[in-house]
Design a binder for this molecule. Structure first.
Ligand code: MLT
Length: 411
């Protein structure tokens, strides 16, 4: 009889967002006329930028003629896209990142999970609490943890609480850890990291031979010009950090799928015989073996983000969602709720009112306002008593949702 990977049995029954969808669907079944507004999962609603669509249509045409048809592309992504990313996202900000260090993929969710393929089993792994659940669940699946306790914390992981008291930025741990997941602008709290904060992490990682897994999927939403967009803006980060980025949220590619991971060639980790190994070589080997690249059509669409029109259209999209975030913050504050984030990130992190638990507030909002958000406790034990509201929706829906919530909760 075949056997399973028992680590899956340690996981909570469902991944957070499908679990929310399950509850919403059963509510809709019982209340088919309810006009539900979804501000839960951070999925974009506005159409793809015209520049991307035009580039993709042209690419489809190319696929229709033998002379321009493309079969397998490079597993790492096409050079023309990697060059533009290197120049415009990194070198223009003073980051020493070469195109060959950029790997195009179909998503940051996949890459933040897949990256574990190249790391050993015995690393001590630190995550913030609350945290994007993918970082935790993929470590559980890979057998890097024991079982979860009553609070849902897995034995073997180091949890770094992020709370209003520390501005939702984790303290540097006093113990030694080997892999650290950081996400800025933060999902779920919307918090940001200053250069000084990231410098402290880079110094810690270099002193301890640790690797930072830096998720910058929301960097385009930074409005404060003093904040770093990439960890490579910090001296020394090339020697201790992998960065993940995505076209999902800035250019609306959640359904189209395109992202990138930066693995500098200067990143070294130890083999079990004590020798030094370049992580770039391992990731390149991993991708060449398990991945066949993102489609030519989609990569042409992503390339268009870097054209003049593409840049302006992406900026307009980001500004649109950030105006939603501003409205959400303003309205919830006016209703007397404590809100965080929403200024440099498309997520607003709300303290639940009336001492409600995160899931109780979720149910109340669903039942009384027909609005869906994400319970903070779904992101970790320290998220209990908080609730995440996503700014990804139409203006009409955001205004309507805020009207319903403020009417219901105004003190
Ligand atoms: C979220 O809502 O946290 C995001 O949609 C997650 C993701 O991008 O995978």
């Amino acid at each position: 009889m075949a056997t399973i990977n028992d680590n899956y049995l340690k996981l909570k029954a469902g991944y957070l967002f499908p679990e929310i969808a399950r509850r919403v669907n059963s509510f809709i079944e019982a209340n088919p006329d309810a006009k539900i507004i979804k501000l839960g999962i951070g999925d974009v609603t506005e159409p793809l930028p015209e520049a991307c669509r035009t580039a993709m249509v042209k690419a489809v045409e190319e696929m229709g003629a033998r002379s321009t048809f493309k079969g397998y592309g490079p597993e790492q992504g096409y050079g023309w896209l990697r060059e533009k990313i290197a120049q415009q996202d990194f070198q223009a900000r003073g980051c020493e990142i070469d195109a060959s260090e950029i790997f195009i993929s179909d998503g940051s969710k996949c890459d933040t999970g897949n990256i574990l393929d190249i790391f050993g089993k015995n690393n001590i792994i630190a995550v913030t609490d609350p945290v994007y659940p993918v970082y935790v669940d993929t470590n559980v699946m890979a057998g890097h943890t024991g079982s979860a306790n009553d609070r849902g914390e897995f034995d073997g992981l180091v949890y770094l609480p992020i709370t209003a008291e520390n501005n939702f930025t984790a303290e540097i741990p006093s113990q030694k850890v080997d892999l650290i997941y950081l996400c800025f602008p933060n999902n779920p709290t919307g918090a940001t990291a200053s250069k000084e904060h990231l410098k402290a992490w880079v110094d810690y990682a270099k002193a301890n031979g640790a690797i930072i897994l830096f998720d910058a999927a929301y960097e385009a939403f930074i409005t404060d010009s003093n904040l770093p967009h990439s960890i490579y803006e910090i001296d020394g980060a090339r020697d201790c950090a992998i960065e993940f980025r995505s076209f999902s949220k800035n250019a609306g590619f959640t359904g189209t799928r395109c992202a990138l991971t930066v693995v500098p060639k200067t990143l070294i980790a130890k083999a079990s015989d004590g020798s030094d190994v370049e992580l770039w070589k391992l990731w390149n080997r991993r991708q060449s073996t398990k991945f066949n690249g993102v489609s030519y059509i989609v990569q042409r669409g992503a390339e268009a983000v870097y054209s003049e029109e593409g840049q302006a259209q992406v900026r307009a999209l980001v500004d649109f969602y950030m105006e939603n975030a501003r409205i959400i913050c303003e309205q919830l504050k006016a209703a007397g709720l404590s809100v965080y984030g929403g200024v440099n990130a498309p997520y607003v992190w709300v303290k639940t009112p009336q001492g409600l638990s995160s899931w109780d507030f979720f149910d109340k909002l669903l039942q009384t306002c027909n609005v869906v958000g994400t319970p903070g406790s779904g992101f970790g034990a320290a998220g209990e008593g908080y609730f995440r509201i996503s700014a990804f929706n139409s203006r009409e829906n955001v205004n309507e949702a805020m009207k319903r919530i403020t009417e219901k909760f105004k003190a």
